[in-house]
Write a protein that binds this ligand. Structure first.
Ligand code: DAH
Length: 339
């Protein structure tokens, strides 16, 4: 009996001195495990007289319960200590200012393209695409720019081989659409074009254009003027004026360049428009009958107009950016300014 009392004291002592859950588990095994001290005391049971067994059983059960209860109690307090520690570490300071979520911004050229696209879509145009790696045939031949034509020199070309090149303009899409032979045609097409130019504030070997083409019966130069003036007013503002100057493109006849009145000075002349009062924004014209022939359409049955403009140029004008390189460097401090 004394043995059991001592055993109990010893157990209580070591439980009180336990420093961790692991210590407590070791103590539990030590007393209640297969070879534990309490377990082995129980072995004596079978050799005892019934009377003794009753008494002994009572005492050992009491001791067992006290030890077990104490182990549980200490386990609970260790667990809540660990939990408190964890809660402290993971506590959230709700008074801290929230982290700014870095939302992406659209590139100014994308914004401009979306704007132009929306304007033309509202007028009933659909958007088509064409390949960046193009045949000489579409980029030049079918647009009435044969070999040796001076217009080829104006667009310094990256050739892949004699027949294949990186398109220098989006105009080859016109030839691809006309070749399908389905009228009416009312499309715009935007994309990347390439020219062997060195980089400076106004040039880049790759930039973007938007092309437009309308072909049907009874289309006149008045339609061209009305359409492009409507576009300019929607894009730059109602107060803008347009003017058309004669120009030359091999694939249109007659051809023109369209200027808009300077939206900075209203046409009086300022640094922005180099004192001209006008800013050139696109090339256009009535589709040259020769192009219909080259693309398999009946030149006597259809008329139409076409136009082409540089997206970067529109972005530089709209946002008053004075160096085209800023559009390609992807400096977030620059890009962050456009929503
Ligand atoms: N492709 C011409 C260029 O890159 C722009 C252009 C002018 C396109 C007149 C047209 C047009 O469709 O009719 O300079």
């Amino acid at each position: 009996m004394i043995n059991i009392e001592e055993l109990k004291e010893k157990a209580i002592d070591s439980i009180n001195n336990a420093k961790s859950l692991k210590d407590l588990e070791d103590i539990r095994v030590n007393y209640f495990g297969k070879k534990g001290e309490i377990t082995s005391l129980m072995q004596h049971f079978k050799d005892m007289a019934t009377e003794d067994r009753k008494k002994f059983g009572q005492i050992i059960n009491d001791a067992k319960k006290s030890i077990d209860d104490l182990i549980k109690e200490r386990c609970d307090s260790f667990n809540s200590l660990v939990l408190n520690e964890k809660l402290k570490k993971e506590s959230i300071d709700v008074s801290l200012p929230a982290k700014k979520i870095g939302l992406g911004h659209l590139h100014p050229c994308t914004i401009v393209f979306n704007d132009v696209k929306n304007i033309f879509e509202k007028m009933g145009y659909s958007v088509v695409t064409g390949p960046e790696i193009e045949f000489d045939e579409y980029n030049f031949e079918k647009l009435n720019i044969e070999k040796g034509h001076p217009a080829r020199d104006e667009q310094d070309t990256f050739y892949i081989n004699e027949k294949v090149l990186l398109r220098t303009q989006t105009s080859p899409v016109q030839a691809r659409v006309m070749e399908k032979g389905k009228l009416p045609i009312c499309i715009i097409s935007a994309g990347r074009v390439f020219r062997s130019d060195s980089v400076d504030a106004t040039h880049s070997p790759t930039f973007h254009q938007i092309e437009g083409l309308v072909v049907d019966e009874n289309i006149s130069f008045t339609d061209l003027k009305g359409t492009l003036t409507t576009f300019a007013k929607s894009f730059f503002g109602e107060g803008i004026k347009t003017r058309f100057r004669p120009h030359h493109f091999p694939f249109t006849e007659p051809s023109a360049e369209m200027d808009v009145s300077c939206f900075k000075c209203g046409g009086k002349g300022c640094r922005f428009c180099k004192n001209e009062g006008w800013i050139e924004i696109l090339g256009c014209g009535m589709v040259n009958p020769r192009v219909y022939e080259l693309c398999g359409l009946d030149k006597d049955k259809c008329q139409g107009f076409a136009f082409g403009m540089g997206i970067e140029r529109l972005a530089l004008l709209k946002y008053e950016i004075d160096d085209m390189r800023l559009l390609y460097e992807n400096d977030v401090r620059f890009l962050n300014q456009f929503d």
